[in-house]
Write a protein that binds this ligand. Structure first.
Ligand SMILES: N[C@@H](CCC(=O)N[C@@H](CS)C(=O)NCC(=O)O)C(=O)O
Length: 270
């Protein structure tokens, strides 16, 4: 599925869902085309999308159709923007299409992202990323590099959880930034300093999937806290390196438009 396009040619290989594609997740992917199912949000799916963009890996980018009718049961969390759609079972009756998706049992955890690829129904973001990283040669050059990438990934998973837990009124709160980020930031900086053989990478001297994961987290962080990376030159170099990849840049340029096309893009998910 990886295309043979040259590296400097901008490729956005994700096929967006079409208007008449409702409930397409219920059917097997057409022509064996891999399918990523998620909400109309960046969230946990975005690292997968960015990896695929870099590799020119073609897949269907299926996003549940958002619905705004459901009343939120967690106004203390969502009060900053009345009327924001609720997508989860915890905070409300949920996105209608997602409720049907869960009931259909295609996702073994009942959660998304779900990636249908090579006849597998894969869930858990890191498992999806590792599987794709093997296919796309982004898993590290040696078993040791893959293990180091896993160490970085687990630390980024912790960061993700901290950020989600600290998100109040749609932004990472000051406590996170003051109490948690300096510790995690310093740890990640040390990891890049220890595992990388060149600036701009977490591990070795070639891109691995955790560079895309880091890029996504760091850009989200900087949106909330401009200058968040200023004390972390190695992390900044990784974010810059990934942002400057032509295919990643092409993805970033088109994604806002894609998010708008389906409507009600969930901007508060990481
Ligand atoms: N550990 C899982 C977490 C997946 C997860 O929490 N997915 C959320 C969306 S970001 C979800 O499906 N929430 C709905 C629910 O749990 O009902 C992963 O990394 O993929």
């Amino acid at each position: 599925m990886t295309t043979s396009r040259s590296n400097d040619e901008a490729a956005v290989a994700a096929t967006p869902r079409a208007d008449d594609d409702d409930e397409r997740w219920a059917m097997p992917p057409a022509n064996g085309m891999p399918r990523l199912t998620y909400f109309n949000a960046r969230g946990r799916a975005e690292v997968i999308r960015i990896m695929c963009a870099e590799s020119g890996f073609e897949y269907e980018d299926y996003r549940f159709r958002p619905n705004m009718e459901n009343e939120c049961r967690a106004p203390e969390v969502h009060s900053a923007r009345p009327g924001v759609q609720c997508l989860c079972q915890t905070h409300g009756p949920g996105n209608d299409e997602f409720v049907r998706f869960r009931a259909a049992g295609k996702s073994i955890t009942g959660q998304v992202p779900l990636m249908e690829v090579d006849g597998l129904n894969l869930v858990q973001t890191s498992a999806i990323c590792r599987y794709l990283a093997q296919k796309l040669k982004l898993a590290g050059e040696t078993p040791a590099e893959s293990a180091y990438a896993d160490v970085v990934a687990a630390t980024l998973d912790d960061l993700y959880i901290y950020m989600v837990q600290s998100m109040v009124n749609r932004r990472v709160d000051a406590n996170f930034y003051v109490d948690q980020w300096p510790k995690v930031g310093a740890t990640l900086e040390k990891m890049a300093g220890t595992y990388a053989a060149a600036p701009g990478f977490f591990v070795g001297a070639k891109l691995t999937w955790v560079d895309f994961y880091g890029f996504h987290m760091f850009t989200r962080l900087e949106e909330g806290w401009p200058g968040a990376l200023d004390d972390y030159p190695a992390l900044k170099a990784i974010a810059t390196n990934v942002a400057n990849r032509p295919r990643v840049r092409a993805w970033l340029e088109t994604r806002v438009q894609r998010e708008k096309e389906l409507g009600n893009y969930i901007d508060w998910l990481l």
